[in-house]
Design a protein around this ligand. Structure first.
Ligand code: 7TS
Length: 419
């Protein structure tokens, strides 16, 4: 099926029309057309999102939740409408379960500093996978050091697929939290989080899903996967930097102590003490990131108009094509599932003789942006006996001809280094 015939959203999925919405894609890099393949790090922004920021500052700017004047009421209304859009996007039962944070990292730290601080004691364990981003390792390590708790890792096979045979022995009666990435930012593996939720719930643990790489790319329904917490960042889904989301189950959020103290998160303050505000404000101390919440709403609208099923299908098709092309290169090894139907649009690879940083620099000269390094998942990358890998990651505006440019670019770089 041609991509331009997909139509579950309200807009036809046509990569050429989509590309026209992204001003940065007109840029030339070293005199070449930009081929942007670093979407797992951050995505580009469509003019609709950029305009929502200028519109906000030109027409609406005021502080929220405190004024009776028109601008303040409009700002408050827009800020809350954006929250409602996010709630609908992930099928959250209630919009007050959606907490604005700065990014996925802050969402994870919030749970560590509040829920985990209150519920994890000496001898308990926290289960994560061996393919987590540092943001979903370090907060738990720090908490475990402090509490005398244990971190346990779910293993995966060489292809990067979680090993379920030992999962049921790793998760046991002392497990309080299972915190797993929905999609690996290095291997591209999509983890069966609903199955992990079942294992966690069977022992009375809660499950936190790091959805930084899934919410932007596929339909995610917090109720269908039976998550307790879900974290993601707006900047990886067409939105601005500096804003992210923590979704949590209402009963858990209600019981949790606040994360930061200050304005807006209190109901009443006396000289002797304070009473916390209702959700979600209990977790949003101080003047929030209002403009970026508006822009996150615009990003959610953009993706919803395309339809997340269509976004997913486009990336699946492009990833299958890219895997085929990259695997056809003699000296390149791909990390993660070789079967493209088991992975999302992230392909990390290593070249037999060219260091990833040299490859990345040579590709940049050809206008092609990829990421190189440990991708903030050092233990994982090292487990493959490499210190760094090259990574191409795709999004709605990428095309087959850009995959061809990447593959030709790798071949040309080989020619240059082998001269
Ligand atoms: N979790 C996963 C799975 C991620 O991929 C990232 C960022 C984070 C958490 C942290 O997100 P942040 O918005 O708080 O930074 N991943 C990457 C990456 O792969 N390249 O740059 C950032």
């Amino acid at each position: 099926m041609s991509e331009s015939t997909l139509s579950a959203g309200t807009r036809v999925f046509d990569p050429d029309a989509i590309r026209a919405d992204f001003p940065i894609l007109q840029r030339k890099i070293h005199g070449q057309e930009l081929v942007y393949l670093d979407n797992a790090a951050t995505t580009q922004k469509p003019k609709q999102v950029i305009k929502s920021l200028t519109d906000y500052y030109e027409q609406t700017n005021a502080n929220v939740h405190r004024g009776v004047h028109t601008l303040s009421m409009e700002a408050t209304n827009g800020y809350e409408v954006a929250r409602t859009k996010v709630a609908k996007f992930i099928n959250a039962p209630r919009s007050e379960e959606v907490i604005w944070t700065r990014n996925t990292s802050e969402s994870l730290n919030l749970v560590a500093a509040t829920w985990a601080e209150a519920n994890i004691s000496e001898g308990d364990n926290i289960v994560i996978t061996a393919m987590e981003h540092h943001s979903n390792i370090v907060p738990w390590q720090q908490l475990a050091f402090k509490k005398g708790a244990e971190i346990r890792y779910l293993s995966h096979n060489d292809d990067g697929v979680i090993n379920f045979v030992d999962a049921s022995s790793v998760i046991d009666s002392r497990t309080k939290l299972v915190s797993v990435t929905h999609m690996s930012n290095v291997l591209g593996t999509i983890n069966p989080v609903a199955k992990l939720a079942e294992l966690a719930h069977d022992v009375g643990a809660v499950i936190l899903v790091d959805a930084a790489q899934s919410v932007p790319h596929m339909p995610v329904d917090v109720q269908a996967i039976d998550a307790d917490f879900l974290a993601f960042s707006a900047h990886k889904m067409l939105g601005p930097t500096g804003i992210g989301v923590l979704w949590g189950r209402l009963d858990l959020l209600e019981e949790m102590p606040p994360y930061m103290f200050g304005g807006d998160m209190i109901l009443e303050v006396t000289y002797e003490g304070a009473k916390w505000n209702d959700l979600p404000y209990k977790f949003e101390a101080g003047t929030p990131n209002i403009a970026d919440a508006f822009a996150t709403g615009a990003a959610v609208d953009y993706l919803s108009d395309l339809g997340m099923e269509n976004v997913w299908q486009h990336e699946q098709e492009l990833t299958a094509y890219a895997m085929e092309q990259i695997l056809s290169l003699d000296n390149v090894k791909v990390l993660g599932p070789q079967d493209s139907s088991q992975r999302g649009g992230v392909i990390s690879f290593v070249h037999d003789t060219i260091h990833p940083h040299d490859l990345g620099t040579a590709l940049d000269q050809q206008g092609i942006a990829i990421r190189t390094g440990h991708h903030c998942a050092m233990p994982l990358v090292r487990s493959y006996d490499v210190v760094a890998a090259a990574r191409a990651s795709f999004y709605i505006y990428n095309t087959r001809s850009e995959v061809d440019a990447l593959v030709n670019g790798i071949s040309e770089t080989e020619g240059y280094f082998n001269r």
